[in-house]
Design a protein. Structure first.
Length: 158
């Protein structure tokens, strides 16, 4: 089955930092978003949208402490059957007139198509959850992740 998606805007960087520049017809959709501190940005990992990457189902040991092979659904890799990504980010400003959503940062390249923006609600947190031992030492809270030494976690980063 096929589904049709359309970009609502693009990731940009500039003097105001990271932002999403929305298509003009989506600017009204920003109404009320300024009262939220964080948003979930859904984006298309277009740099990884290649047929050979879409067919991968496993990956060799991506993390230092992970098993030798992981299924792609057990990773946050942008290499997926559908290269859909989501990043939770703090809002820095909204310019409704220009259709610009300011972001503290995002792990997407300039020119990346944005598919959707959703406000972050605190109820989306999970109090009790389990993780495999290989990633149980990772930060439990969003605010702690920025100071974590992520480069030490990835096999190819060493």
């Amino acid at each position: 089955m096929k589904y049709e998606l359309q970009s609502i805007g693009m990731i940009e960087t500039g003097e105001r930092g990271f932002c999403i520049r929305l298509e003009e017809n989506f600017r009204a959709a920003l109404t009320g978003l300024e009262d939220f501190s964080h948003v979930q940005v859904y984006w298309w990992a277009h740099l990884f949208d290649k047929s050979q990457m879409r067919g991968l189902t496993t990956v060799d040991k991506p993390y230092v402490k992970s098993p030798d092979v992981l299924g792609i659904f057990a990773t946050r890799s942008p290499i997926r059957p559908n290269p859909l990504a989501m990043t939770l980010v703090p809002l820095t400003f909204i310019d409704k007139e220009e259709g610009i959503v300011g972001l503290a940062f995002i792990d997407a390249e300039p020119g990346t198509p944005v598919l959707d923006i959703k406000p972050y609600y605190g109820m989306e947190r999970v109090k009790e959850f389990s993780l495999p031992a290989w990633c149980a030492h990772w930060p439990r809270w969003y605010e702690d992740a920025a100071d974590f030494d992520w480069e030490q976690e990835f096999v190819n980063a060493r």
